[in-house]
Write a protein that binds this ligand. Structure first.
Ligand code: ZN
Length: 134
């Protein structure tokens, strides 16, 4: 697979987990690996069916479903260990890594830009996992 696409896919998935959206990784696994239908997945994950279809479609067109399938299948357990840094404290969304209110920021880009080191560290961990499978 093209290394650039792989790196971009890993980055996107890591940031998604750091945002607290690990459910989306589960959705990709259920769709790409377990071959469940969008209806079954939306029922199981309590996720709107159209949101789910749009997400899977967008991710597949960005990175290719082959790249995504390999990454999700081989690294699924690692994704589940990524702790969200954006959390709801009962009143507002907070970024735990820098203590800023997430309501003021666009979380995906905030994590991508401000917490680059953390994102890179997880990407390295995932790459090791991919290499380890070979
Ligand atoms: Zn932050």
């Amino acid at each position: 697979m093209p290394p650039r696409k792989l790196k971009e896919a890993l980055e996107n998935l890591v940031i998604t987990c750091l945002e607290g959206e690990v459910r989306k990784i589960e959705a990709l696994k259920l769709y790409l690996i377990d071959n469940l239908s969008p209806s079954e997945i939306s029922g199981r994950l309590k996720m709107n069916k159209n949101t789910l279809k749009n997400y899977v479609g967008r991710m597949s067109s960005l990175y290719g479903s082959n790249v995504l399938s390999v990454v999700i299948e081989e690294c699924y357990e690692v994704f589940l260990t990524i702790k969200p840094i954006v959390v709801w404290n009962g009143k507002e969304w907070l970024c735990l890594a820098c203590n800023r209110r997430a309501a003021l920021i666009y979380t995906y880009n905030h994590i991508k830009v401000k917490h680059r080191d953390l994102v890179e560290a997880y990407i390295e961990k995932l790459k090791e996992c991919l290499v380890g499978q070979r």
